[in-house]
Design a binder for this molecule. Structure first.
Ligand code: SF4
Length: 235
């Protein structure tokens, strides 16, 4: 238990140092009081001195963000969606056109494939939490640049600290490389368990890549089967 408390404290310290200000005193009304009360109770059971961020406090800190140049072309900040107490969290790269217009992650064709992957695991989209490494759409769907990833990273870390999933699945190169601080190509990272702040991480391919290379779907399913086994899911 002490290990867990130490990890949570390290999380909070890291996120605070990264510029989030309101982790212990959310400045916005909460969207889901019941879930948040349950979260707070869970936190208090761990250690009354450790106050973790909530998704609402992280979103409030993000505000109408202009921390990097991606804000210039966005229609909506795509923060994240799903169960605030999810056992499984998916982390993608960044919003595409559909996501930018709707304000939700993974709602385009790649998102529909992700939904199928989640359902094949025996889950619903509402059971998991889904977020991206950058919250604003890169122009013309270009890759996020290092300064953009760095500017947005505290908010992903805040989301991870708030949800505290049992397993993280990273989708594609950028999510894996930025979360794991590892420049190994995704072709070698995928399928191998890694750790982020004590949480098991399974890197796999991005659904958008699978749309271009459907022959790789079998590899992703193998990765997801490892996740199911870790979570005790039968599919
Ligand atoms: S990508 Fe992230 S850091 Fe950059 S403007 Fe959007 S929310 Fe802010």
């Amino acid at each position: 238990m002490q290990d867990v408390v130490d990890e949570l404290r390290a999380y909070v310290t890291w996120v605070r140092e990264s510029g989030l200000q309101n982790l212990s005193s959310p400045s916005q009304p909460r969207l889901d009081d019941q879930n948040e009360n349950e979260n707070e109770n869970k936190n208090e059971n761990l250690n009354p001195t450790v106050k973790l961020p909530t998704l609402e406090s992280v979103r409030a800190d993000l505000g109408d963000c202009t921390r990097c140049k991606l804000h210039k072309g966005r229609h909506n900040i795509v923060f994240g969606v799903g169960n605030p107490r999810a056992r499984l969290m998916f982390v993608g790269e960044g919003p595409g056109e559909d996501e930018d217009l709707q304000g939700f992650p993974f709602v385009g064709k790649a998102g529909q494939l992700l939904t199928k992957m989640i359902e094949a695991m025996g889950l619903k989209r509402d059971d998991v939490y889904i977020a991206n490494t950058v919250k604003c759409r890169p122009p013309n769907n270009r890759n996020p640049e290092p300064d953009e990833l760095e500017s947005c990273e505290p908010f992903l870390k805040g989301q991870l600290a708030a949800v505290r999933p049992e397993v993280i699945v990273t989708l594609g190169k950028f999510a894996a490389q930025s979360l794991l601080r590892d420049a190994t190509p995704i072709t070698r990272l995928r399928g191998q368990w890694r750790q982020y702040q004590g949480i098991p991480v399974m890197p796999t391919f991005h659904p958008a890549y699978l749309l271009r290379s459907p022959g790789e779907k079998g590899k992703v399913w193998e990765d997801l089967k490892q996740v199911m086994k870790k979570l005790g899911l039968k599919g």
